[in-house]
Ligand binder design. Structure first.
Ligand SMILES: Nc1nc2c(c(=O)[nH]1)N=C([C@H](O)[C@H](O)COP(=O)(O)OP(=O)(O)OP(=O)(O)O)CN2
Ligand SMILES: [Zn+2]
Length: 132
């Protein structure tokens, strides 16, 4: 199997309502994220066309999160829950044939990131309180 990765970034505001400290106040980040897809190269030599993946990221993620207040979309927008939300947006459009969404990584700052896989999504999706 081969794992391909597409990285992207977005600017957004958020606050952490249940956090006690500076992050309970409205502030912003330039987030970075990566989508990892596992599969076998097809007859075109591709696990998944990067152009298709870029379009999905723009349609399913960036159009909703870039220059937004994340709390309008995700109730507790920690990096962990942002990653779970991204998983829910992307998985139905990626899993096909032998290709599978493998990991989602979200960086809140260059030194701080989370990585989730399908088990995390199954275990924690119920805690993801999506606003809209
Ligand atoms: N496990 C997590 N911990 C924290 C999260 C999170 O999403 N998951 N988020 C925050 C806050 O959003 C906070 O803004 C992060 O602050 P900090 O780490 O200090 O990072 P800065 O953006 O301020 O950048 P630095 O240059 O590193 O100060 C807190 N914890
Ligand atoms: Zn923050």
């Amino acid at each position: 199997m081969v794992i391909l990765k597409r990285e992207f970034s977005f600017d957004a505001a958020h606050y952490l309502p249940d956090y006690h400290g500076k992050c309970e106040r409205l502030h912003g980040h330039t987030y970075k994220a990566a989508i990892f897809v596992e599969g076998s190269p097809d007859e075109e030599g591709m696990v998944m066309d990067f152009v298709e993946l870029k379009g999905l990221v723009e349609e399913r993620i960036l159009s909703k999160l870039d220059h937004s207040c994340l709390n309008d979309v995700i109730k507790r927008p920690s990096a962990e829950y942002i990653a779970l939300w991204i998983w829910g947006e992307m998985e139905p459009h990626i899993n096909a044939g032998k290709r599978r969404l493998k990991y989602v990584q979200v960086w809140e700052s260059p030194g701080s990131s989370v990585i989730i896989d399908e088990n995390d999504f199954e275990n924690f999706r119920g805690m993801l309180e999506v606003v809209s």
